[in-house]
Structure formats: structure tokens, C-alpha cells
Write a protein that binds this ligand. Structure first.
Ligand SMILES: O=P(O)(O)OP(=O)(O)OP(=O)(O)OC[C@H]1O[C@@H](n2cnc3c(O)ncnc32)[C@H](O)[C@@H]1O
Length: 178
């Protein structure tokens, strides 16, 4: 455990994201569903990262008593350089009002036909994953990661690592010169 004592605000009420923050820090965040400012289904790295940053900044504005705002965003990107493959990845932005850090989580290949369907628009990944896993609200549960790995990796796991990465510079003395 992190031994974290700061008051954290989280820019969503999504269950998997909240559980990731609790698991990463031992702290129960104050949750507000703030806008991401990007499309509901981000399709590039930049959009996804910007969504995480916007959520972190908006939630600290909404909850000024918190010391750090956290924005967690899932998105898709197409790698046309190395693999010609769609990837799902998860980002955490951490903002304390003056410093911003990102934790970029696992990049996980998803079936290209799903990525192409997302690019055409009109639906979001969670609807596809809900149908494939015969559930509802898969984005609040183990998510696409859980479906494709048969539960060996979950959405909470992936965000947990991204949260730890984004918060470490605020926490560790190795970054004091920053
Ligand atoms: O409640 P919020 O915080 O908005 O969370 P979200 O899951 O709806 O939204 P994100 O912005 O994190 O993700 C963008 C879209 O991709 C979907 N998505 C991302 N990762 C997913 C996963 O692992 N399983 C299912 N859907 C996923 C998600 O549900 C959205 O439709």
C-alpha cells in the first residue's frame, strides 16, 4: 500500500475506476462525474490523454478541498507503424493545481474489427463488450481486459497501475527537485 494520506478527488463515479484508486492508494476518493471534454469514445492517444487531464482539472475545481484531482480515461488508438493493430489503453492524470503527471497504463490489443467499428461511430466500446460478455455495464466491471483474458487482467488492475504511476512523483522523495 502507498501510505497515502492526501485527500483525493476523482472525476468519475465509475466503479472500476473508483476501485482502482482505492486499491492503488488505500484512500476513498471523493467522486464527481465531470465532463472529459473529448468524445465519449476517444480514438487517439491525444484525445484519451486530454480527456484524463480535463477530468483531473475539472474535478479539482469541483472539489477544492481535495489536494489532488485524478482523471481516468480509457481510449483506443491504432498503431499504424509497427503492428497495424487497434489497442485499448487506460490513462490516469494527476493534478494538484500546479503540477500535472500522467500514468499511461497497459496497451492491450483488441480485435481490429472492433476498432474499425468504433471508428465508424455510432456506438461505444462498452456496448460491444456488454454484448460479447453477455452482461451490462462491463465498463464498471472487469471490462474488455477481463473478457479477453478470461479475468487474468481487469479494468481495475490496469487503472490501478496508471494511478500509482501518476501519483508517485507527488509522493516519492526521488522527484523532489521537480
Ligand atoms: O463513467 P466514465 O468515467 O465516463 O467511464 P467510461 O467507462 O464510460 O468511459 P471512458 O472514457 O473511460 O472510456 C471510453 C469508452 O470506452 C469504453 N471502455 C473503455 N475501456 C473499456 C473496457 O475495458 N471495457 C468496456 N468498455 C470500455 C467506455 O465504456 C466508454 O464507452
Amino acid at each position: 500500500m502507498f501510505g497515502f494520506e492526501w485527500k483525493l478527488a476523482l472525476g468519475t463515479s465509475n466503479h472500476a475506476k473508483r476501485a482502482a484508486v482505492v486499491s492503488a492508494t488505500g484512500v476513498e476518493p471523493i467522486c464527481h462525474a465531470v465532463p472529459s471534454g473529448v468524445p465519449d469514445q476517444p480514438l487517439t492517444e491525444d484525445e484519451t490523454i486530454l480527456g484524463a487531464i480535463n477530468r483531473a482539472k475539472f474535478v479539482l475545481e469541483a472539489e477544492p478541498s481535495a489536494e489532488i484531482g485524478l482523471g481516468l480515461e480509457g481510449g483506443l488508438m491504432y498503431d499504424q507503424v509497427h503492428t497495424n493493430q487497434w489497442y485499448l489503453f487506460s490513462v490516469c492524470a494527476a493534478w494538484n493545481g500546479s503540477q500535472l503527471y500522467l500514468g499511461k497504463g497497459l496497451y492491450f490489443p483488441i480485435p481490429n474489427e472492433i476498432g474499425e467499428k468504433m471508428k465508424l461511430g455510432g456506438t461505444e466500446l462498452r456496448h460491444i463488450i456488454d454484448a460479447l460478455s453477455n452482461t451490462v455495464d462491463s465498463n464498471h466491471k472487469d471490462g474488455a481486459y477481463g473478457l479477453f483474458t478470461e479475468g487474468r487482467i481487469t479494468r481495475r488492475d490496469v487503472f490501478r497501475e496508471a494511478v500509482i504511476a501518476a501519483l508517485t512523483p507527488f509522493q516519492s522523495s526521488f522527484y523532489k527537485a521537480n
